[in-house]
Structures are given as C-alpha cells and as structure tokens.
Design a binder for this molecule. Structure first.
Ligand code: UD1
Ligand code: UDP
Length: 369
C-alpha cells in the first residue's frame, strides 16, 4: 500500500478530486487521506458537492477560511505541515491552481514528500492572474506533472521540465461530467426556474479582473442587462461577485428585471443541467470552458486569454473582450447552438483518474525498486 494525501479546498477542486478518490480506493493499493483546507466553506460552495458527487467526508478539515493571498496561503501551510509530519505520506496529490494547491505543494516538497499535480502545465501567460503564479510554482516543485491537454506538455517542456515527470493523462473534470451526465438530466432546475431549454443565457463570473472593480464589472453588467431584453439571463452568483454586485448597487436593479435571475451558486448536477440546455454560456471560469466543449454549448469566455487553448481550437469556446460592445457583438453572432457540436479532445474520455492511478503506482514502484 502507498499512502497518499489528497487535497481539496475550493469549488473547482471537488469535481477533480471525486474521480481520483474513487480510482485510488478501487485500486486497492492506495491508502488515501482526504484533506479539505476550508478555503471555500459556504454550504453551496463546498458541502453540496460532496453530496452531489459522492465524495467521502474529508478525514481532516483545516478550516482556514478566507483571507488575503498571503494570509490564506500561509494559514494552509501552517495547518497542513503538522498533518504531513504525523501522516508521513508517500505522496501529496494536489489539483488545479487555487491557493490551497500551491500551499500544500510547498509544504510537501520541503518535507521531502513527493507531489503529484493534477492539471499541470496550463498557462495563460498572464502573471496578473493569481492562478498563473500558483500554476508556475506548483509545477516547479511537483514530481509528477499530470496534464490535461497537449499545450500543457509544450509549456512544461519549454520551461525545461524533465520529460519523465510529464504525463498527458486527460481531464478528471471531464471524468466527473461524463459520469454524472445522466443523473444531471433528472434535475428539475429548469422547471423550478421556469426556463425553456435552449432559450436562456447562463452566466458565471468570479475573476478579480472582471468583478473586483466597478470599472470592469459595470460594462459587463450593462451588457447582461441588455441581453435580458432578448432572452432570459440566469446568473448563479459566486460569493466574491455577490459582495461586489451589492456594493456597486446592481443587486436591487437586477431584482426588478423579470428576465434576469440572480440565483445562489448551484450544486453540480443542477449547474450541469443548466449548462447543457443553455442557448449560450458567458463565463470567466476555467472549468466551464471545458465542460461546454464536451456538451457542445457555445461558450463566450469574458477574458483576453485562456490557459485552456484546446477549448478554442477544438471546442466551442471563444474569447470575448469583457466590454459592453464586445459581449453584445459576440452574442449577436450566435445564431444556432447546433453549430457547436459536442467535441471530445484527446483523452477527455472519462478515464483520466484511472490513468493517474496507474502513473502514480508506476512512479512509486520505480522509487522503491
Ligand atoms: C478561488 C480561486 C480561483 C477559483 C475560484 C473558484 C485562488 C487564488 N482563487 O477564487 O482560482 O477559480 O476559487 O470558485 O485560490 N467567500 C465566501 N464563501 C466561501 C468562499 C469565499 O463568502 O465559501 C468569499 C469571501 O468573501 C472571500 C471571497 O469569496 O474573501 C473570495 O474567496 P477566495 O477563495 O479567496 O477566492 P475566490 O474568488 O473564491
Ligand atoms: N459550478 C457549479 N455551480 C455553479 C457554478 C459552477 O457547480 O453555480 C461548477 C462548474 O460546473 C465547474 C466548476 O464549478 O465544474 C468550476 O468552478 P469555478 O468556476 O468556481 O472555478 P474555476 O474553474 O474558474 O477555477
């Protein structure tokens, strides 16, 4: 048996950790300890996903909560270190690019514990994004770099990483999508929100570069309010964004619009159903760009760059300048959602977690041999 600590902390981590936990346990050769850092803690940003996705209850909750980048990262590190000293795992597995990912990778490598990074190699080449710093540093200290798309392999090679550390394994977020698609169809969310399939825009926004200042959020909101004249706009609001919408005075204005539904963050199955039946999705999320590609739903990413270029070249994604004119022009060009057939990039086939399990076991054998 090898001992592995699996780390999760923020919403997009839960979809990635779910298939890994299942594959590790099914192997019968990996003893897992699941650690939740507590970076996200609201019921609708955390616990709901454990229920929806059947993730085992975390063995440890570090309960770090919110804070500045330095405070949050440091707090995860301080609380994760004694756990690693006590558990002495062979591996720490981290996913994605959030502060918890970086913090736990740093703690592990300094204790001589090997680190596997799931979703390695993605680069937006925009160092103003906190996630880009997290990706660069996590990859630099990880022993196994488990990559979702070919651009990731190229980026890691260009940074001089040894080929033996890099493995193109596919996309665990897509494992979760494929294994929950049928269950998501049973969701009653369209009826609950009185939505007709194919007839609404679905919106998610949480990047600081879009939502943290009035200057950047106002033109986006103006565009969305304009779009709501034409068809319904459904906007499950991330807590960071809700705070700003309230403080910039948008929440009340939107409440008066019949065709604009500002709703709580949704559980995985309800959100997947909403995505699958949207006319188009407007987002700045990383994961949603990938999910819309698989579902064949037009995705307008309100950013100037993406770390997931395969969703542009092989998928339904399109980068859109986050301005009023940019958004309205891009929406007016979507004529028919059937122009976006579902696409399955190489290895986005539902088997990524199994491949990761094999790579991890092989790497463990090499070390002990
Ligand atoms: C984090 C990740 C981001 C990821 C996003 C997914 C970092 C640097 N950012 O951004 O990469 O795309 O999660 O959703 O790790 N809050 C609550 N309740 C919660 C969690 C947060 O109210 O359960 C509020 C707090 O006011 C907090 C703010 O949201 O200060 C931001 O939370 P934080 O985890 O720092 O960053 P996110 O914007 O969620
Ligand atoms: N998601 C969800 N409910 C929501 C919004 C998003 O379940 O209300 C899911 C979405 O389907 C994807 C993941 O959350 O699986 C993406 O997380 P997020 O956008 O918070 O983070 P990012 O991917 O940008 O890091």
């Amino acid at each position: 048996m090898i001992k592995v600590i699996c780390v999760c902390g923020a919403r997009p981590n839960f979809m990635k950790i779910a298939p890994l936990m299942r594959a590790f346990q099914a192997s019968g050769r990996i003893h897992t300890t699941l650690v939740h850092t507590g970076q996200h803690y609201d019921e609708r940003m955390s616990r709901l996903f454990f229920r929806d996705l059947g993730i085992p209850r975390p063995d440890v909750d570090l309960e770090v909560g919110s804070g500045s980048h330095a405070a949050q990262t440091a707090e995860v590190m301080k609380r994760f270190e004694p756990l690693c000293l006590r558990e002495k795992p062979d591996w720490v597995v981290v996913v994605g690019d959030v502060n918890s990912t970086l913090a736990c990778a740093l703690v592990a490598v300094k204790l001589g514990i090997r680190v596997a990074h799931v979703e390695a190699g993605l680069r937006s080449f925009d160092r103003t994004m906190p996630e880009e710093i997290n990706r660069l540093v996590t990859d630099a200290v990880s022993d196994l770099l488990l990559v979702t798309e070919p651009s990731g392999v190229e980026n890691l090679r260009a940074e001089g990483m040894e080929a033996s550390r890099i493995h193109l394994v596919g996309n665990v977020m897509i494992d979760t999508l494929l294994s929950n698609r049928r269950r998501a169809e049973e969701s009653r969310i369209l009826e609950d929100l009185r939505l007709a399939a194919g007839a609404y825009y679905l919106v998610t926004l949480h990047r600081p570069s879009n939502v943290d200042s009035r200057e950047t959020l106002a033109p986006i909101m103006d565009a969305l309010i304009h779009l709501a004249r034409e068809r319904c706009v459904v906007f499950p609001v991330h807590p960071r964004t809700r705070k700003n919408l309230e403080s910039f005075g948008y929440a009340e204005q939107i409440d008066r619009l019949a065709n604009f539904r500002l709703i709580e963050p949704q559980g995985y199955l309800d959100f997947l159903k909403l995505t699958a039946h949207a006319f188009a999705v407007l987002t700045d999320s990383g994961g949603v760009q990938e999910e819309t590609t698989l579902l064949g739903v037009p995705c307008l990413t309100l950013r100037r760059n993406t770390e997931r270029p395969i969703t542009l070249t092989e998928g339904t994604n399109r980068l859109v300048e986050p301005t009023r004119e940019g958004i309205l022009a891009a929406c007016s060009q979507i004529r028919d959602r059937n122009n976006s057939p579902p696409r399955m990039p190489h290895l986005w086939d539902g088997q990524a977690a199994e491949r990761i399990c094999t790579v991890l076991l092989d790497a463990s054998r090499l070390v002990s041999a």
